[in-house]
Design a protein around this ligand. Sequence first.
Ligand code: 26V
Length: 813
Amino acid sequence: MLKSKQEFKEAFINKLQTLFGQSLDESSIADKYVALSTMIKEEISKLWYQSNRQYRVSKEKQVYYFSMEFLLGRLLGSNLYNLGLTEFCSEGLKELGIDLNELEAVEHDAGLGNGGLGRLAACFLDSIASLQLPGHGCGIRYRHGMFEQKIVDGYQIELPDNWLRDGYVWEVRKADRAVTVKFGGHVRLEDQGGRYVVFHENYEPVVAIPYDVPIVGANCNTVNTLRLWSAETNHFDFPSFSKGDFLKAVEKKYSLEATSQILYPDDNYPEGKTLRLKQQYFFVSAGLQSIIRRYKRTHGATPDDLAKIHKKIAIHINDTHPALAVPELMRILMDEEGLSWEDAWNTTRQTISYTNHTILPEALEKWPIEMVERLLPRMYMIIREINERFCAVLWEKYPGDWDKIRAMAIIADGYVHMAHLAVVGSHSINGVAEVHSNILKKEVMSNFYQVYPYRFNNKTNGVTHRRWLAKANSALAGIITEAIGSSWLAHPYELASLHRYAHDAELQDRIKAVKQANKNRLAQFIQEKMGIVVDPHSIFDVQVKRIHAYKRQTLNALHILDLYNRLKASPGLDIEPRTFIFAGKSATGYYLAKHIIKFINTLAQVINNDPDVGGKIKVVFLENYSVSLAELIIPAADVSEQISTASREASGTGNMKFMMNGAITIGTLDGANIEICDEVGNDNIVIFGLTAEEVLNYYKYGGYNVLDVYHNNPHLRLVVDQLTNGFLPVSPDEFNCIHHSLIRANDEFFVLKDFAAYAEAQEKINSLYRDSAHWQAMAINNIAFSGRFSSDRTVSEYAIGIWRIKPVVIREV
Ligand code: 26V
């Protein structure tokens, strides 16, 4: 198909005919998207087949990345990019009068994730394949992904995401690989001549059907697999049907299939819902069953063979959500394969590794014992045994120290503590940025660190520079390549050689022009979407991420209100025009976050319509933040807001995407910001606020009284008062909850404490921006030193340090 442009065009027209019975002129843009994607998938399939075959033959070790979330976004563009076909297809289509970008925009985002954790998983898959590593994803094929956010009268409204409505071109349903997952029922042990045999009876079976999505490596022949499980059942209640009770006849079917219907839209706040626990076991069990099945075919099926699976398989769990992998692997090895507890335990522990993504205490998962026991009786038995053996070890080490043992137990206080299960059941535990990993060791998991020091390590996050730079900002990528050659694309550290050109006036001008074009494009989008005219020459100051108290959108918003007050008081105030851009979703039940959205929108309404401001500042809240929207916004940013309360943001990954696109970070010393600062140096970033150590000391020892700050800063006092004094055109109690969180609850996230430092940092941004040459040099340095934050670096550290896997070069046959 893809030998020459002429052949490509003919194949494309032919595909339209065979798929839809339509000519080029008759077909809709959606049909054209499907035709092109189908052609690309056919190309991919040849490599996919070869990859699978050669993995099987080579018998090399493979990694499986288990994650409740994979926030893939769109795949047509990235697949074309990784196959090296973008230009070829774009030109071919152009000759047919078709714009490739328009086709790409037809694709629904695969929004199977909440935010950072899910997007990280997607970046990792891209890097694993691009490094030619044998590694696959395992997750859930949610019928409804992350909800679609609408803003109505300033409030977030949630609509169901219907991403599968028009079919999903990239998936392949593998009905013949289905497995059964068992819920509920009773477990009976029978002693058969000294060996216990396990009988699981009266359980409810749910059939798990895999849907495979190919993951294409860049500029190589590797195509790995993301296997997403869907709950389906043939259950049909015939007696009810024949009685004419049709609803009842299908009721059970729908209740069983509910398992993979929705993605829970909470991040950093677990809701103890049975359905979520069911989802966790569902995909963990299905994934492990299919992995073991394949292992047995390739590496042998005796208990001795199975005791060695860690030599051929690594299982990585993305946060604690798949932590049931520990007891489930135990179950398979013991109950189904006949291994002893000791052998199964050794193998399990050496197979599994775990990443922690948050230290927020409220985000650590725990499940009521009763729920686990009822839904997953066999899992509960095994967890209890793991717990007992672990507590016995602790008892040896800390005789009589019940408090410590209780604090570390997997089962305690009526709950199963998933992080404890994950730590005890794996050989490696990592945090996602230096500071975060250190806090895990020193604070949150210090007990465990004392027992298992060698298991703890750090793997600073990264993002795929292919999607977030080369593809999202192809004009910038082109300029970089002209300046330093193209090898940075495969070796992103080589971006560092751009540093030499930081003060090169010509390069500065070209990079500035690209930024301007990206800003123009975003300004136009804002105008079309929202009817707001923004000045494309103003500073684009951007905070896009989930709405959460610890991320402190409130700090940004209060500063905007302060700026507004100052502009009103002195209309001639000499500031650079600025457009403050926000986007992000709130969890559905998160009352405070929802009011923060309303607050930002209220500010927008007041400020954007006040002639006194003279258009100097504008506020925009873009609805429905998603991967594809991020690809539009991030390349257009001048300023990247990374202002979480120090110690609370495990890493952040948006910060890295902005940096790669030449935005200047205004940020706290939190998460990966610290490492960004280390890379670019203090002169190329604007840092403010409390350090993690200071924050942790306040949490531990107290000593912060918000009223001291409130009473000592009149500007700050005014904006806090304006939340509730009728100044804003909303009911005076509308923002009570924000006011309450700041004043009555003593400002848990130090918004007021950091306010003055933030305002000062913003002034610094203002003056830095005015020296255009200096600003451009900073921007170039940020791009130059972003190489460390490519997920290629992160993934190769996992591959070498944790998974112990090496590349398998796939030959094209
Ligand atoms: C936790 C929970 C708890 C149960 C309910 C649903 C749910 C959904 C997601 C999560 C994970 C929250 C943790 C998370 O997303 N952490 C983010 O991980 C990023 C990648 O490592 C990191 O950059 C962010 O700083 C961190 O907040």
